[in-house]
Design a protein around this ligand. Structure first.
Ligand SMILES: Nc1ncnc2c1ncn2[C@@H]1O[C@H](COP(=O)(O)OP(=O)(O)OP(=O)(O)O)[C@@H](O)[C@H]1O
Ligand SMILES: [Mg+2]
Length: 205
């Protein structure tokens, strides 16, 4: 397979995105394509510094959205577009759907503002396929609690925040049914992986 593709994984904190990233990368490599695995916010040296700020420094909601999009612009120009141009597949742990979910759904950012920023930062570029790990926030919270690391600014949000984030993700999936594929992220890792494998085959037959 030579046609480069841009793939993203999305979902609330603790839904299981990172757990299945290597599996997806392997599924792509199995088709003979190079794969560049990356993440947002981050993906570039400057983007990683912005990530540290946005995950740990208090800031107003619109500022937060602007920082996310600033990091995204660097990521797009320095990593995503060059990789696609040389024929590699790009697999990113989060992209703009996360800003829609967290900043619009979670924080109440105006959707028209979001769309304007999206048009400014990545005109004409959307993922070819997005796997949305959909999970009850209470279950995601329990999964995360089992990890013993210090929660970031988002992970410390109340349950109601993640209910809104999940709903906004599902709203986005309804808006873009061909692109955003909802993967039921409940159950064991093996069960989720099997659903993801089916969804991947459907997206890239
Ligand atoms: N199906 C599952 N059943 C039980 N535990 C799981 C399952 N999937 C993932 N986990 C565990 O839940 C935790 C969160 O998973 P993971 O880090 O993959 O989520 P994430 O979506 O990447 O979260 P974040 O957005 O915070 O990076 C990890 O400790 C992981 O091992
Ligand atoms: Mg993760």
């Amino acid at each position: 397979m030579t046609n480069a593709r841009f793939i993203t994984v999305e979902g609330i904190d603790g839904a299981g995105k990172s757990s299945h990233l290597e599996f997806l990368a392997g599924a792509i490599r199995a088709r003979g394509a190079e794969v560049v695995t990356t993440r947002e916010p981050g993906g570039t040296p400057l983007g990683e510094r912005l990530r540290e700020l946005v995950l740990h420094e208090a800031m107003e909601g619109t500022t937060e959205a602007l920082v996310m999009f600033a990091a995204r612009r660097e990521h797009l120009v320095r990593v995503i577009e060059p990789a696609l141009a040389r024929g590699a597949w790009v697999l990113s742990d989060r992209f703009s759907d996360a800003t829609y979910a967290y900043q619009c759904g979670g924080r109440g950012l105006d959707r028209a503002t979001f769309r304007a920023l999206e048009a400014l930062v990545h005109p004409g570029r959307q993922p070819d396929a997005t796997f949305l790990f959909d999970l009850d926030p209470a279950v995601a919270y329990e999964r995360q609690r089992a990890q013993s690391r210090t929660p970031d600014r988002f992970e410390r949000e109340a349950a109601a925040f993640f209910v809104r984030v999940r709903d906004a993700y599902l709203e986005r999936a309804r808006e873009s049914p061909g692109r955003v594929r909802v993967v039921d992220a409940s159950g064991t890792l093996d069960e989720v992986r099997a659903r993801l494998a089916d969804s991947f085959r459907e997206a890239f037959p």
